[in-house]
Design a protein around this ligand. Structure first.
Ligand SMILES: Nc1ncnc2c1ncn2[C@@H]1O[C@H](COP(=O)(O)OP(=O)(O)OP(=O)(O)O)[C@@H](O)[C@H]1O
Ligand SMILES: [Mg+2]
Length: 410
């Protein structure tokens, strides 16, 4: 059989043809290779240069190679964070004409690290919790898409630290299965495999002295299951909202925040019986919201204020007609954010008379207005709206605020 390269992009085969396909992967000369850290694996995996790109090449039998290629393409279509499949090379032979194993080529995930490299310097337990959360987010997203992983583990995941956010990517799909929907049993089976794998991997790290002394490998395995369950419950609860929906949406965002997860994306779909909302969760690093808000709006705030303001901005964005995350034709987030500053943030802050603002800066005022709206809406059990909240805040909250100042003023 002749050498055949099946690729997702028509430009790739020409670049890939330059690689020494007649040699077993283990014997490839250094000039083709890129020395980046790799995780542990049964198959031979190497990173090679193809044009401007670095690709990961994995040698394996034809059937599993084709299967994994197709699954990775499915995951890509479903918008799941996983490595990008580029090609499958079949029909390889050595110079004597002896057949060589097939290879699967994926794009090297830039900025990613296998977990073993991340643990080379002892990781703080707080960072480890965030990594586990990132893995829980990945597993929930896979399950929501109907993908049973079959081998969720730290070595089959790549972690990326991206602008303060932690993201986990699936790297090994070989054991996976895509279904229209997963049953509870299928999810629990997958989760149980994850727990056993992760505890085992952490025990290995512990044995090699790479684990922080306060970290218990077994507890961490159990913790990831608990985090998964919380997140799953929060994301899959009934999600059709009647009028006055804003408050319900905010309540769910706050609950996700309290669980330690953030909303990466939110979509509101209008239907005749109400609005259904879907969230895409993510895990973020300390200081992330502050940097994000500053970048989007120029507002420089405290972390907690930034989180509330971003939540408000996100909910507002989702109501805008040109909001289409991921779609190059949709408005860019920066553009929408400036519209929000102009049309929502500034007019709201301006409606609070300057003489009542005291030492508060605009971001703090807006933050307090959001909190007041939340408080009144919780009491009323529906969204009372920002305008009502502003009026009540000016009439009832601000005068009390000024009272303790009076004695020194008089
Ligand atoms: N596209 C990629 N980008 C970055 N790293 C990659 C990529 N593909 C593979 N790797 C690295 O190679 C390692 C092994 O890959 P993979 O898990 O697919 O191999 P495997 O032999 O199928 O593993 P297993 O032993 O679990 O069956 C990964 O842990 C990762 O570190
Ligand atoms: Mg693997």
């Amino acid at each position: 059989m002749a050498l055949q390269i099946n690729a997702t992009n028509p430009e790739h085969p020409a670049l890939l043809l330059e690689l020494p396909w007649h040699l077993p992967l283990e014997e490839w000369p250094d000039k083709y290779l890129v020395p980046l850290p790799r995780g542990i694996s049964r198959h031979v995996v190497r990173y090679a240069r193809a044009g401007d790109e670095v690709v990961a090449v994995k040698e394996l039998a034809q059937r599993p190679a084709l299967r994994e290629y197709e699954l990775l393409r499915d995951l890509d279509r479903l918008g799941i964070p996983a490595v990008d499949p580029l090609a499958v090379v079949t029909g390889r032979t050595d110079p004597e004409g002896e057949p060589l194993e097939c290879v699967l080529i994926t794009r090297h995930l830039g900025g990613s690290m296998p977990y073993r490299s991340m643990f080379e310097t002892t990781m703080r337990p707080a960072t480890m919790h965030r990594l586990m959360d990132a893995l829980a987010v990945l597993l929930v997203r896979l399950h929501l898409a109907g993908f049973a992983w079959g081998d969720c583990s730290l070595s089959n995941t790549l972690f990326r630290r991206d602008a303060g956010a932690f993201a986990a990517y699936l790297v090994d799909a070989e054991t996976g299965d895509l279904h229209p929907e997963l049953t509870r049993g299928q999810r629990e089976y997958d989760l149980d495999l994850a727990r056993v794998n992760i505890s085992g991997e952490l025990l290995d790290l512990e044995a090699s002295g790479a684990l922080h002394p306060s970290v218990d490998p077994i507890d961490f395995g159990t913790e990831i299951c608990a985090r998964y369950q919380e997140l799953w419950k929060e994301l899959t609860r009934t999600s059709v909202y009647p009028a006055g929906k804003h408050h319900y949406i905010e309540r769910r965002i706050r609950r996700l925040n309290e669980l330690g997860f953030d909303v990466a994306e939110m979509q509101i779909e209008h239907a005749s019986n109400g609005d259904s909302v879907t969230f895409v969760p993510k895990v973020v690093d300390a200081g992330h919201h502050q940097r994000q808000l500053l970048r989007l709006t120029g507002l420089d705030t405290e972390e907690n204020q930034a989180r509330r303001l971003l939540n408000d901005l996100e909910s507002w964005m989702a109501t805008q007609e040109d909001y289409a995350p991921g779609d190059p034709l949709g408005a860019r987030p920066e553009v929408l954010a400036h519209r929000w500053v102009r049309e929502v943030f500034r007019p709201t802050v301006r409606s609070v008379p300057p003489e009542l603002r005291g030492q508060m800066d605009p971001a703090q005022i807006y933050h307090e207005l959001l909190e007041h709206r939340w408080y009144l809406s919780e009491r009323a059990q529906h969204d009372i709206g920002l305008e009502t909240a502003v009026v009540d805040y000016i009439r009832r909250v601000l005068p009390k605020r000024r009272e303790p100042l009076r004695p020194t003023e008089e």
